[in-house]
Design a protein around this ligand. Structure first.
Ligand code: SF4
Length: 67
């Protein structure tokens, strides 16, 4: 599984971080607003359900999960 995020559309809501902190972190950018950082771009299968939950509940729907 590969995790991708469209940073142009991420608004730093941190839902992803709440769902799966092993894979997602949210940090302040140099421009002064929060944005996601993907910590593991190819997470292990045991994290799939939580990664997919993060993708489903991301308010901006900017997380994609590819096989
Ligand atoms: S939940 Fe979505 S919009 Fe919010 S920080 Fe995570 S990826 Fe970005």
């Amino acid at each position: 599984m590969k995790v991708k995020v469209d940073l142009d559309l991420c608004q730093g809501h941190s839902v992803c971080l709440a769902e799966c902190p092993e894979v997602f972190n949210v940090v302040e950018t140099e421009e002064g607003y929060p944005q996601v950082v993907v910590l593991i771009e190819e997470p292990p299968e045991e994290l799939r359900q939580r990664v997919e939950t993060a993708a489903t509940f991301c308010p901006n729907r900017v997380i994609t999960v590819e096989d």
